[in-house]
Write a protein that binds this ligand. Structure first.
Ligand code: SF4
Length: 358
């Protein structure tokens, strides 16, 4: 069985090359070819000697996720349905989204196939957890999205957001292995300012992330202004209630340039009242944080849009309390490509894409 090299760290590649009896510096050459130059064919790694390239072709492999379907939006974003190899676990399909915008590009990637967290506004939740992704499958989504966009790959600012299917902090090790490759100057060399991990509020995971020296920015999916409300839309809140979650946020060691992001999906008639805004302002009052408001788009789930006036009222109430607040509209609505927890319902008639959550 060929050895899978995608997702391996420089140390792991050194170990692999040592097992082949090759010099350790070959590992760095391959690491750079794979992640910095994004060459996925051993034959194209001309920095390696021909004999080694041949040996690698026979004994190793680089398995990128395979694009099964592309959905192109009028706004330029592309939603990819990607198929993952069965031999990394159960076969699975996941989604990634590429969103270009004025000199920058944002890639939204998945960390699990399906999800066990069960947020009620999220269609991925309905899939349950199919399986965790490997580090290679996680970083591979970003590599594929960049490869698909040729020239766009050269844009100066690439953002990666871990906001696709899955709860990243419940697949901690592979997620962090992928993030280290993205942030490594010898790897994909993306700035830590431009990689964001979004969690539903897994407190032990936040605490673990706080202890990392290399880490992405942190976003928390809040979506409610009190425990009762959050219990109703995000049952994970019963395990990690708001006080515990906000305490972990309080203790989170922000870097000088960094702030926390709270995502708040505005669900009409559920969590969008002016008193909700005032409570949210109180929750985040002592944190260096900003709030992203994401108005709900009606879809397969029984929630309704908050309406433009309500959104503006909510934004203003937070801003008036000094909380930096932004309204974010999901991209690629026409192809169901909003960057959030994407879901796919397989029907007997084929793959039916449905609207994601946040
Ligand atoms: S919103 Fe995120 S954490 Fe919640 S069920 Fe969906 S994918 Fe899982």
């Amino acid at each position: 069985m060929p050895v899978e090299l995608l997702g391996k760290s420089i140390e792991e590649l050194r170990g692999y090359f040592a097992s082949l009896g090759e010099a350790p510096y070959r590992a760095k050459q391959l690491y750079r070819a794979l992640y910095a130059e994004r060459r996925f064919d051993f034959a194209a790694m001309t920095n390696l000697p021909a004999a080694l390239r041949e040996r690698l072709s026979a004994e190793a492999r680089i398995s990128l996720p395979v694009v099964a379907r592309r959905f192109l939006s009028a706004d330029g974003s592309v939603r990819f349905l990607m198929a993952l190899a069965a031999d990394a676990g159960r076969p699975a399909q996941i989604e990634a989204v590429f969103m270009p915008a004025d000199g920058r590009q944002t890639i939204c990637i998945s960390t699990q196939a399906g999800c066990a967290v069960d947020c009620h506004f999220c269609l991925t939740a309905q899939l349950g957890l199919i399986r965790n992704l490997t580090a290679g499958e996680i970083v591979g989504q970003a590599l594929v999205a960049l490869a698909e966009h040729g020239e766009a790959a050269l844009a100066p600012r690439t953002n990666v957001v871990l906001m696709g299917q899955g709860e990243p902090l419940l697949n901690y090790e592979p997620v962090m292995a992928a993030v280290r490759i993205m942030l490594d100057a010898e790897g994909m060399a993306i700035s830590p300012r431009h990689v964001t991990l979004s969690t539903s509020g897994i407190v032990p995971g936040i605490e673990r992330l706080a202890a990392e020296t290399v880490r992405p920015k942190l976003a928390i999916s809040l979506n409610a202004s009190n425990d009762e409300q959050r219990d109703a839309v995000m049952p994970i809140n019963r395990k990690y209630p708001l006080a515990q979650l906000l305490d972990a946020c309080q203790r989170y060691p922000l870097r000088t340039w960094e702030s926390l992001t709270f995502e708040y999906v505005l669900l009409g008639g559920v969590n969008d009242a002016p008193e909700d805004a005032r409570r949210v302002a109180r929750l985040v009052a002592n944190l260096r944080a900003k709030v992203n408001l994401i108005p709900w788009n009606p879809g397969a789930l029984p929630y309704r849009s908050p309406g433009a006036a309500r959104v503006e009222e909510f934004r203003r109430a937070l801003a008036d309390k000094g909380v930096p607040t932004f309204v974010r509209f999901s991209r690629g609505q026409d192809v169901f490509a909003a960057c959030g927890q994407l879901a796919l319902v397989e029907t007997s008639a084929g793959a039916l894409p449905v609207l994601p959550s946040h």
